[in-house]
Design a protein around this ligand. Structure first.
Ligand code: SAH
Ligand code: SF4
Length: 450
């Protein structure tokens, strides 16, 4: 979401003449877009800001702004602690960013703009740029969250849930497709509740409108809340040819006691039932999840239940986090806190457990032919030329990363391609090797055949 918001900030600053640069040293304006989901990213913000004063000494006209969730949460404390910061703006005032920067540049005074109010139209969006010729882009379809999970800061720093109008989303994606984008990742804290409050169309009804956009190859979304994952969305995996066979369905814990304390509004059994339903309609669906270890009151027994759920589901991948107290969230005041070293042990144990399934899932693909959406040269590649040994990178519908080389007889089609680095093409790839976190393969041909 911060990636999308940063792009929005860029789009709003363009009319003032600002263009992205490659390093802070070259910038006339530095905006730090921040995340408050756990304590660690908050600490990172302050250490990053602490490294900026020398740039301001070198260039007294440099403007430094802090936006996002930490700005929303800390407000004027940032201005007090960081005298070189000129602007602190919140998650709902990105629409006023250009005005604020203009005022600072003219009058040289500091501004704080962290208002959260129903009068601000936070669905308002600027036309995004595609500076990096991205193949895949995030598109926010809703903002905020009404779920109030007891550990989570989001409802407090991003405000109440609000959905963007469907036509605005469709127009934005159509525009992005014209810039070369082939895949969109639709974003919301709980996409299942898209449109419900406003009484507009549902998320499952929005999907076909996006799917109808010519030139768009793939659709992904995140996050789907297990309590609200309905039959209509599950059915979309069967009916919508552009919807990728991947769902990120954060479970957080495998213990009913902990799920209740987290206010997740589902039980372990209901979650497992949804997994079975998803696999029934889409047998090759990849499933990933988020886990929090060491939530207050999590005993060894609760933790074992989480491990046992992971063994039962066999996820394709997991994001595991140590529980972190958030000042606004109720769980910060819960008793029975778990010791830091215990959290670390549980985190490591889950990562080791999950490794088994990640590798198992990758190995199952070895020898098969898969369809890859190419994103360009792989990370190992330097320069911008294509030759027979050049490694390209892309993703499967399941979101797994594939690095591949071209068969020599397909060389002509690449050199004739106007876009170097093979971006945004659907290619049939034979998977030759499964590594721990990626796959290796050889291209077999374009789709459709060229
Ligand atoms: N809306 C999504 C999650 C958004 S936050 C959902 O409901 O699933 C992304 C992830 O950060 C969460 O899934 C959770 O695993 C983790 N997280 C959120 N708050 C946290 C906290 N206080 N401590 C540790 N992890 C946290
Ligand atoms: Fe946070 Fe829960 Fe909302 Fe996700 S659903 S953003 S975890 S409050």
């Amino acid at each position: 979401m911060n990636v999308y918001d940063s792009e929005q900030m860029c789009a709003r600053l363009k009319p003032l003449g600002y263009q992205p640069v490659t390093s802070a040293e070259k910038a006339d304006l530095i905006i730090v877009n921040t995340c408050a989901i756990r304590e660690k990213p908050v600490q990172k913000v302050f250490s990053f800001l602490g490294r900026l004063p020398h740039l301001k000494r070198k260039n007294p006209d440099l403007i430094i702004g802090v936006g996002g969730c930490v700005a929303q949460q800390e407000g004027s404390a940032i201005l007090k602690r960081m005298p070189h910061v000129d602007l602190v703006f919140g998650t709902q005032t990105i629409g006023r960013l250009a005005d604020n920067i203009r005022r600072i540049a003219l009058k040289k005074h500091r501004i704080i703009d962290i208002e959260m109010s129903p009068d601000i139209d936070s669905t308002d969006s600027a036309t995004p740029e595609n500076y990096n010729r991205d193949v895949s882009r995030f598109v926010t379809i809703m903002r905020g969250c009404d779920n109030y999970c007891t550990y989570c800061v989001v409802p407090y720093v991003r405000g109440r849930e609000i959905s963007r109008p469907p036509h605005q989303i469709v127009d934005e994606i159509r525009y992005l497709v014209n810039t070369g984008v082939r895949e969109v990742i639709l974003l919301g804290q709980n996409v299942n509740s898209y449109g419900k409050k406003k009484g507009i169309i549902t998320f499952a009804q929005l999907l076909p409108q996006i799917s109808a956009i010519e030139g768009l190859y793939r659709i992904r979304f995140t996050t789907s809340h297990p309590a609200d994952l309905g039959d209509d969305l599950i059915a979309s995996f069967q009916t919508d040819a552009k919807l990728c066979h991947h769902i990120h369905l954060p479970v957080q814990s495998g213990s009913d006691k902990i799920l209740k304390r987290m206010n997740r509004k589902y039980m372990r059994s209901a979650y497992l039932k949804k997994i079975d339903e998803l696999r029934a309609v889409c047998p090759d669906i990849a499933i990933t999840s988020d886990i929090i270890v060491g939530f207050p009151g999590e005993t060894e027994h609760d933790f074992k239940e989480t491990c046992n759920l992971i063994e039962r589901v066999e996820y394709d991948g997991l994001f595991v986090f140590k529980y972190s107290d958030r000042p606004n969230a109720p769980a910060a005041r819960f008793s029975d806190k778990v010791a830091e070293d215990e959290k670390q042990e549980r985190l490591s144990a889950i990562l080791t457990l999950q490794e088994r399934y990640t590798i198992k899932k990758n190995r199952a693909l070895a020898g098969s032919e898969q369809i890859v959406l190419t994103e360009g040269f792989s990370k190992q590649h330097h320069g911008d030329d294509d030759d027979a040994t050049t490694q390209y990178s892309g993703r499967l519908s399941s979101n797994k990363i594939v690095n591949f080389v071209m068969c020599s007889d397909k060389r002509t089609s690449i050199t004739n391609d106007k876009r170097p680095g093979l971006k945004g093409e659907l290619i049939r790839v034979k998977i030759e090797k499964a590594l721990a976190h990626s796959l290796k393969g050889v291209a077999m041909g374009f789709l459709p055949e060229k």
